[in-house]
Design a protein around this ligand. Structure first.
Ligand SMILES: *[C@@H]1O[C@H](CO)[C@@H](O)[C@H](O)[C@H]1NC(C)=O
Ligand SMILES: *[C@@H]1O[C@H](CO)[C@@H](O)[C@H](O)[C@H]1NC(C)=O
Ligand SMILES: *[C@@H]1O[C@H](CO)[C@@H](O)[C@H](O)[C@H]1NC(C)=O
Ligand SMILES: *[C@@H]1O[C@H](CO)[C@@H](O)[C@H](O)[C@H]1NC(C)=O
Ligand SMILES: *[C@@H]1O[C@H](CO)[C@@H](O)[C@H](O)[C@H]1NC(C)=O
Ligand SMILES: *[C@@H]1O[C@H](CO)[C@@H](O)[C@H](O)[C@H]1NC(C)=O
Ligand SMILES: *[C@@H]1O[C@H](CO)[C@@H](O)[C@H](O)[C@H]1NC(C)=O
Length: 772
C-alpha cells in the first residue's frame, strides 16, 4: 500500500481497496468467494482428498444452480487443502441464496486490495557498522537458518543477488512447494528462492482474459522483490541506489529460504490484489510448509468473514504459521488501520537514523535540509531563479493542479531555467519532478503540506530535486514573497547516519483505534518503513513510471509494506530460536520488549514532532535482541480466537466451520477486554472494570513485580502485585482494576503502561482507555 499524498508507485507501498469499485460488465454476474470454513480431512492431504473436495464443491454449487456442469463452468478456484470454499462467477441472487445455506460460512465479492538496505538492522542493534555483536539475535538464531518465509505480493525478480543460493545447503525436507514458472521459461528457483507460484484467476475474473505474460511469478513491479528480500534476502555487498546508501543489503533472516506467492497484478481502479487469489495463495502456502507469511497488502477493515487476508491468516495461524501484515498507509488520520484481526501481527512504519540530505539554499543564505536520491545534480554554488509552480501555471490549467505540479499544468516558457516549488499531495512525488523537468525547469523543491509535517522522503527523482518539511516550505514561500528576484540552488544529496530524532512515526502509517474490534489495539508494533533499500525488479525503473528508463538492482522505497517484512524476518529468527512457540507467543515477545523512546531517549514522536501514541506504534518500536528473551509471554490458542469470535457475535454455525475439530462457543461469552492480548484496551470505561490476563514463564524461575505508568483520570491497581514462577512454562493470572477518577475527561483516549519486571526482563504492555 502506498501513501496517499505520495507517489503511488514509488515509494509508498501497501497494496488497499475501496468497496464498490467494480461494476458488473453485464447483468448481475460477478466474481464471488464462497467460504465454507475448514476441511474435515487432516493436515496430510492426499490427491484423492483434493479431488474429492473439488467434487464436493461442484456438487454443492450444482445443487444450487441446477446442474453440476454449470457449477464447473462457474467455479474458477476450489480451495481444497486447508481453507474450504471456492471462488465462482455468480448472479447476485445466487450469491444471496448460497449465503443462506447452512453449509456456508460467508459469501463475499472478490474485491481488490492494495499493496501497502540496509541501515535498518544496524539501527535495531543486530549489527554495528558491519560487525555483528555477540548479543545479536542474528548470531544466536543462526541468521534464521532453515526457516521458510513466504510472501504474498507482486512476485519476485529471481535474478536478484538477494536470492542467490551461493553457499546454501540443501532445501529443508519439510518444504513441499514448487517453482511454478508457467509461461516464463527464464524464471527459475534455487536453494534460496525455494518456491514461487502465481494466482491470477481472481484478477482475470475482474479484468477479463489475460495473456501469457501473467502466467509467471516474475515481479514486474518491484514491490514483491523488495519486501521478500527485506524479510529473508541474503548478504549482498555493494548494494546502493545511484551510489547512495551504499552497503551490504540483507534481510532480517538472511539465511532463511524464501518463497514468492504472486497475487498482485497491475492495478484496476487502484487495486492490484484480489480476494479469490489471496485465499488460494494462503491455502497453498500452508500446504507448502512455510513457517512465516509476510503480507504487505490490505484493504479497508471489514468484518473477518468478508476479509480474505483475515480468513487466510486464521487458517495459517491455526497451523502454527505466524502471519505478519502491514497496517496500511492511510495515516495520519485515526481509525485507518487495516489487518486488524487478533491473530495477525500488524506493523506500522517509522523512520530510522539515516537520511539522504540535499539542501535547498536561498539567495538570503537560508538553508533548508531536504532529502533526495536524485542522481543528476545542479552545478555547485550556482544560483538559479526560484518560483512557486503556481507562477508557472499553463494558461488553461487549474491553479491547484499547477501548485501540485500535475501533468500538463505548467507553462514551458515560464518554467524554463527555473527551480520550481511544488506542493506535496495527490499525484506521485516523482511525477511532479517529471512534469517540472518536462516544462524545462532545472530543479524542484517539493514542499510538504500540513498533514505530512516533517515526514520527508528520499526519492530517485529524474532531475535535481529535494523534498522539504512543511515548516521549511512555509519559510521558502515567505522568501519568495519577500523579494523581486528570488534565487536558490540545490545541493547534491549525500548519505548521513546517526540522525536524530529517530525513530519517529511516518505520517502515512495507518492508525488505531481498531474499527472492527476496538478492544484489540492495532497496530501491534512499528518497524523501519521510510527510505528502505532492498532488491527491486529490473523490468521497470525505480520510480515505476513509463518515463523512467533507468534500471536499478536495489531501490529505496517507503511504506508499511516495507516495515512489515522487517518484522517477518525477525519472526523467522525467533522461530529458529524457539520452534515450539505459538504465533501469539512470538508476537507477545516482540510487543512486550518494544521501546517507546527514540535515540534521544525522549518519547517517540509523530511526523509533527509531537508525542505519538500507541494508536501509531502499538507496543512501540521492535527491539529484536530483546525479543529473543522476553521473560514472560501472553499466549493464545486457536480456541481463544474462536471464543473471541463467539463474543463478537459471529453466528455459532459460522464459527464452528472455522474449526476443523469439534468446537462449541462457551455457554457464557468471554469478556472482550479479558482476551489474553499483550496490550490492554478498554474503549468504554464506565466507572470501573477488572481486566484479567495470564502470563507464561519462558525464562528461568523468577519473581516479577508489577509497575504501572499512570493514565490521566484513571486509577490502575494490579492484583497480585508480584508473581513467582518456579519453572518454565508455568502460567499465572493477574487482574488489572481500572477506575475512572472524578473529573476525568469523557470520550477521550488516555494512554499508560503496565510493566512486569524481575530486574532482568521488562515485560511491557500499553494500556489504552476511553472513559464514557
Ligand atoms: C459481506 O459481503 C456480502 C457480499 O458482498 C455482503 O452482502 C455482506 O453485507 C457483507 N457483510 C458484511 C458484514 O459486511
Ligand atoms: C500482454 O498484455 C500486456 C498488457 O495487457 C501487454 O503489455 C503485453 O505486451 C502483452 N504481451 C503479449 C505477449 O501479448
Ligand atoms: C560501496 O562500498 C564498497 C565497499 O566499501 C566499495 O568497494 C564500493 O566502491 C562502493 N560503491 C559505491 C557506488 O560507492
Ligand atoms: C505569499 O504571497 C501569496 C500571494 O500574495 C500569499 O497567498 C501567500 O500566503 C504568501 N505566503 C507566505 C508564506 O507568506
Ligand atoms: C501529531 O500528533 C498531534 C497530536 O495528537 C496531531 O495533532 C498531529 O496531527 C499529528 N501529526 C501527524 C503528522 O501525525
Ligand atoms: C455473546 O455475544 C454476542 C454478541 O454480543 C451475542 O450475540 C451472543 O448471544 C452472546 N452469547 C451468549 C452465550 O451470551
Ligand atoms: C454506566 O453505568 C451506570 C451504572 O451501572 C449505568 O446506569 C449507565 O447506563 C452506564 N452508562 C452507559 C453509557 O452504559
Amino acid at each position: 500500500m502506498r501513501a496517499s499524498s505520495a507517489n503511488p508507485l514509488c515509494l509508498l507501498s501497501f497494496l488497499l481497496f475501496s468497496a464498490l469499485l467494480y461494476r458488473p460488465t453485464f447483468a448481475a454476474k460477478r466474481s464471488y468467494v464462497v467460504y465454507l470454513g475448514a476441511h474435515s480431512h487432516g493436515s496430510e492431504v492426499s490427491l484423492t482428498d483434493l479431488d474429492r473436495a473439488r467434487d464436493t464443491h461442484y456438487d454443492f454449487l450444482g445443487s444450487c444452480l441446477g446442474s453440476k456442469d454449470k457449477a464447473k463452468d462457474a467455479i474458477f478456484y476450489s480451495y481444497t487443502r486447508h481453507i474450504n470454499g471456492f471462488a465462482a462467477i455468480l448472479e447476485d441472487e445466487e450469491a444471496i441464496r448460497l449465503a443462506k445455506n447452512p453449509k456456508v460460512a460467508s459469501v463475499f465479492l472478490n474485491r481488490g486490495r492494495k499493496l501497502h538496505t540496509t541501515r535498518s538492522w544496524d539501527f535495531m542493534g543486530l549489527e554495528n557498522n558491519g560487525v555483528i555483536p555477540s548479543g545479536s539475535i542474528w548470531k544466536k538464531a543462526r541468521f534464521g537458518e532453515n526457516i521458510i518465509i513466504g510472501n504474498l505480493d507482486t512476485g519476485v525478480w529471481p535474478e536478484s543477488k538477494s536470492f542467490s543460493d551461493e553457499g546454501m545447503g540443501p532445501i529443508p525436507s519439510k518444504w513441499k512447494g514448487v517453482c511454478q514458472n508457467g509461461a516464463d521459461a527464464s524464471f527459475h528457483c534455487n536453494r534460496k528462492l525455494v518456491g514461487a507460484r502465481y494466482f491470477n484467476k481472481g484478477y482475470a475474473s475482474i479484468v477479463g482474459h489475460l495473456n501469457s505474460t501473467y502466467d509467471s511469478p516474475r515481479d514486474h513491479e518491484g514491490h514483491g522483490s523488495h519486501t521478500l528480500s527485506t524479510a529473508g534476502g541474503n548478504f549482498v555487498s555493494d548494494a546502493n541506489v545511484f551510489g547512495y546508501g551504499n552497503g551490504t543489503a540483507k534481510g532480517g533472516s538472511p539465511n532463511a529460504r524464501v518463497a514468492a506467492y504472486k497475487v498482485c497484478f497491475p492495478p484496476v481502479n487502484g487495486n492490484e490484489c484480489f480476494d479469490a487469489d489471496i485465499l488460494a495463495a494462503f491455502d497453498m502456502a500452508i500446504q507448502d510448509g512455510v513457517d512465516v507469511l509476510s503480507v504487505s497488502l490490505g484493504g479497508d477493515a471489514v468484518p473477518f468473514f468478508n476479509d480474505s487476508v483475515a480468513i487466510g491468516s486464521f487458517h495459517a495461524v491455526k497451523h502454527g504459521i505466524a502471519v505478519v501484515c502491514s497496517a496500511g498507509n492511510s495515516g495520519p488520520e485515526d481509525g485507518t488501520v487495516s489487518n486488524v484481526a487478533a491473530w495477525q501481527i500488524t506493523v506500522g512504519a517509522s523512520t530510522m537514523d539515516r537520511q539522504f540530505p540535499s539542501y535547498a539554499i536561498l539567495g538570503n543564505k537560508m538553508r533548508f535540509k531536504g532529502e533526495s536520491l536524485s542522481f543528476k545534480a545542479l552545478p555547485r554554488n550556482k544560483f538559479f531563479p526560484i518560483m512557486s509552480s503556481l507562477e508557472a501555471k499553463a494558461a488553461h490549467a487549474d491553479p491547484t493542479d499547477a501548485q501540485l505540479c500535475k501533468a500538463g499544468s505548467l507553462d514551458r516558457v515560464k518554467a524554463k531555467g527555473k527551480i520550481l516549488v511544488c506542493l506535496r499531495g495527490d499525484n506521485a512525488r516523482v511525477d511532479k519532478g517529471q512534469e517540472a523537468a518536462l516544462a524545462g525547469a532545472v530543479g524542484m523543491v517539493l514542499a510538504n503540506n500540513d498533514l505530512s509535517g516533517n515526514e520527508i522522503i528520499a526519492d530517485p527523482h529524474v532531475f535535481p530535486a529535494t523534498h522539504i518539511t512543511y515548516s521549511d516550505g512555509l519559510a521558502v514561500f515567505r522568501y519568495l514573497n519577500s523579494t523581486k528576484t528570488p534565487m536558490a540552488y540545490i545541493t547534491h544529496p549525500s548519505t548521513q547516519l546517526d540522525t536524530k530524532p529517530a525513530p519517529f512515526m511516518a505520517a502515512f502509517s495507518s492508525k488505531g483505534p481498531n474499527t472492527i474490534t476496538p478492544e484489540i489495539l492495532k497496530p501491534d508494533i512499528t518497524a523501519p518503513g521510510v527510505s528502505i533499500i532492498a532488491a527491486y525488479t529490473e523490468s521497470q525503473g525505480p520510480t515505476n513510471q513509463d518515463f523512467d528508463t533507468r534500471r536499478v538492482q536495489y531501490n529505496c522505497v517507503s511504506g508499511t509494506s516495507m516495515s512489515c517484512p522487517h518484522v517477518s524476518g525477525i519472526v523467522g529468527l525467533l522461530k529458529t530460536l524457539h520452534p515450539d512457540w505459538s504465533p501469539a507467543a512470538i508476537r507477545s515477545a516482540i510487543m512486550t520488549t518494544a521501546r517507546t523512546r527514540d535515540n534521544e531517549v525522549k518519547p517517540m514522536t509523530n511526523a509533527s514532532h509531537l508525542k505519538a501514541t500507541p494508536f501509531s506504534y502499538g507496543a512501540g518500536h521492535v527491539q529484536p535482541n530483546r525479543a529473543m528473551d522476553p521473560g514472560l509471554v501472553y499466549d493464545l490458542k486457536t480456541t481463544d480466537y474462536l471464543d473471541l469470535m463467539c463474543a463478537l457475535g459471529y453466528t455459532k454455525p459460522q464459527i464452528e466451520k472455522f474449526s476443523e475439530t469439534p468446537y462449541k462457543c462457551p455457554t457464557k461469552n468471554i469478556s472482550l477486554t479479558d482476551f489474553n492480548y499483550p496490550s490492554i484496551t478498554v474503549p468504554n470505561l464506565n466507572g470501573s472494570i477488572t481486566v484479567t490476563r495470564t502470563v507464561k514463564n519462558v525464562g528461568s524461575p523468577a519473581t516479577y513485580m508489577a509497575q504501572v505508568f499512570k493514565l490521566a483520570g484513571v486509577s490502575v491497581v494490579v492484583r497480585p502485585k508480584t508473581l513467582t514462577f518456579n519453572k518454565i512454562g508455568e502460567e499465572k493470572s493477574f487482574k488489572v482494576i481500572l477506575k475512572s477518577k472524578k473529573g476525568s475527561v469523557a470520550n477521550d483516549y488516555v494512554f499508560g503502561q503496565l510493566k512486569w519486571s524481575d530486574g532482568k526482563h521488562y515485560v511491557r504492555s500499553p494500556i489504552v482507555v476511553k472513559t464514557i
